[in-house]
Design a binder for this molecule. Sequence first.
Ligand SMILES: [Ca+2]
Length: 228
Amino acid sequence: MLSILTRPSGTFSSPNFPIQYESNAQCVWIITASNPNKVSHYDVSSVTSARAPPSCLRFLSCPAFFLLVAAKLCVFVFELQVIQINFEEFDLEIAYDTLTIGDGGEVGDPTTILQVLSGSFVPDLIVSMTHQMWLHLQTDESVGSIGFKINYKEIDKESCGDPGTPLYGIREGDSFSNGGILRFECQFGFELIGEKTISCQDNNQWSANIPICICECTARHSEIIKLA
Ligand SMILES: [Ca+2]
């Protein structure tokens, strides 16, 4: 089964979701940014008035990288869009059923693989480097699970996407671009489990998932169980 997804955002899921997927399944999804050269902003630093002249707006579909209009009054910056996915649900029979995720449109090309997922642990977000991403679900001949549900959307390139803030947590920093750093703390009475600081790496992936904040009483309780 091959599905081509070209909307700016959407949702898709494994076959039969949330009922068990089939054995011996081979499913492929290719997500393509609807407008890879979207105009994401214009630089008006060289403009004397704070607003770009309305006449500039009719050039929005021009595929040029920079468009200088009316003696450099407007500079449009065309930025490549990339694909971000996040998982609403994920569970595959660990080690035997896999979801392979790759960059670009060459399905199965081992040089483009971003992640091979199985079991139930997944990254918060996965972001492509190009305007396309492929996903390949492969299941073996026995034992299934519920599969997955994925949300996807286009974001600006050189970004890892917004990973959110932990429940009962506080986030410091708001840059999701390459090199951006986010710091996390938990509200009073909650203990932080995971990384306090994560960074957006050059491959558009966060260095770790965001941490979770759990009630200290629960933390102590699990500690007691561990000790018992
Ligand atoms: Ca299986």
